[in-house]
Design a binder for this molecule. Structure first.
Ligand code: NAD
Ligand code: TDX
Length: 334
């Protein structure tokens, strides 16, 4: 099988490439990534020279380039991770979110239709459902929960989900969509909560907690997300949406305090709240569990400890990001 993975120099796409190269030695992977501020070739350093891996620096909104790659590489399966992914940035500048997340998805869908694939998978988020109240712990997002987006980011992701499902209904394209809760683990860009707090604590900077810190996120170790996507690609039903999450809800304060405790350093600073800040996300994973037998394998206690260890043992990776050095790596390698 030839897999085309977009956004593979990012956090989840990079972990997915590592996971798939190990798990399926018979498959090869073609990656397209624009290497925006969030794309980091150092994440792919150990697969770059593997003969089963090919990297193309390119933008998924560039139709001619995407079509050229489909023509030369003949992918069987497409997994679209490429996106602008940070909510705070979408509040500052929504436009690039619509370009990449909506228009880029359309190009990937058109190419998949034109050249023919056996599966197109759209990687999406629980944020498309909006948020849940803190005082109703009995409520969860199911695949039937209405879309109710809060940020330009989540609105752009909901749009790309709908476009993907429309290509199935209208053109018969064999698509699946997954909506996952918050991921954490190695190679996450230090603008997201967990790596930002680890990096700031280690650098003696304050740990900025938005609002009252009581907002709840449902954390999943990134490898468990990769396993779920792999299962959906192989056994998921065409035209279906699968929610992915492991019933692991934590308030932001709990997460930050755990990091401070593990590192034995770091000081919280409460800062202005995020505009439109979603209060609680919580996934009901009954469908993926019942149909595909998926369950998360990593407990939060183990996952957060090994993530903290990874950031301690891989300081150059995130220090290059903080200093801007990482953006030179592609030029060095090619
Ligand atoms: P990320 O920001 O770490 O990585 C995104 C990658 O996409 C980067 O390598 C970037 O260079 C690339 N990219 C951006 N615009 C591009 C374009 N126009 N053309 C080609 N490449 C482009 O994001 P992530 O956290 O790894 O998220 C990956 C996907 O998973 C996204 O679609 C996101 O919406 C979704 N998701 C993320 C989470 C999470 O907790 N991080 C949870 C659920 C779903
Ligand atoms: O400095 C911070 N202080 C803070 O209190 C940051 C960066 C975040 N927060 C809070 C906001 C959220 O309640 O922590 C929580 C997590 O924030 P992010 O890491 O920005 O993630 P979130 O907004 O929940 O979105 C993430 O999960 C769903 C990913 O970034 C999305 O791409 C994914 O779709």
């Amino acid at each position: 099988m030839i897999l085309l993975v977009t956004g593979g120099a990012g956090f989840i796409g990079g972990n997915f490439i590592h996971y798939m190269m190990k798990k399926h030695p018979e498959d090869s992977i073609v990656c397209i990534d624009a290497l925006t501020y969030a794309g980091n070739m150092e994440t792919l350093a150990d697969v770059l020279h593997d003969s089963r891996f090919k990297f193309f620096k390119g933008d998924i909104t560039d139709r001619a380039l995407v079509y050229d790659i489909f023509e030369s590489e003949h992918p069987d399966v497409v997994v679209n991770f490429a996106a602008e992914s940070h909510v705070d940035r979408s509040i500052e500048n929504p436009e690039i979110f619509l370009q990449t997340n909506v228009m880029g998805t359309q190009v990937m869908l058109d190419a998949s239709r034109k050249y023919g694939i056996t599966r197109y998978h759209q990687v999406s988020t629980d944020e498309v459902y909006g948020d849940l109240p803190l005082d109703r712990p009995d409520l969860f997002f199911t695949e039937d929960t209405p879309l109710h987006t809060s940020s330009p980011y989540s609105a752009s992701k909901a749009s790309s989900d709908l476009l993907t499902l429309a290509y199935n209904r209208t053109y018969g394209l064999p698509v699946t969509v997954s909506r996952c809760s918050n991921n954490y683990g190695p190679y996450q860009f230090p603008e997201k909560l967990i790596p930002l707090m680890i990096a700031n604590a280690l650098n003696g900077k304050p740990l900025p907690v938005y609002g009252d810190g009581k907002n709840v996120r449902d954390w999943l170790y990134v490898d468990d997300h990769c396993v779920a996507i792999d299962l959906i690609l192989r056994k998921g039903r065409v035209g279906e949406i699968y929610n992915i999450g492991g019933h692991n809800e934590k308030s932001n304060l709990e997460v930050v305090q755990l990091i401070i405790k593990a590192l034995n350093q770091g000081e919280i600073k409460f800062v202005r709240d995020r505009a439109g800040h979603d209060r609680r996300y919580a996934i009901d994973p009954a469908k993926i569990h019942g149909e595909l037998g998926w369950l998360p394998e990593t407990s939060f206690e183990d996952g957060i400890q090994s993530t903290i260890r990874w950031y301690l043992e891989n300081r150059p990776w995130w220090e290059h990001i903080v200093s801007g050095e990482y953006q030179k790596y592609y030029e060095l390698m090619y």
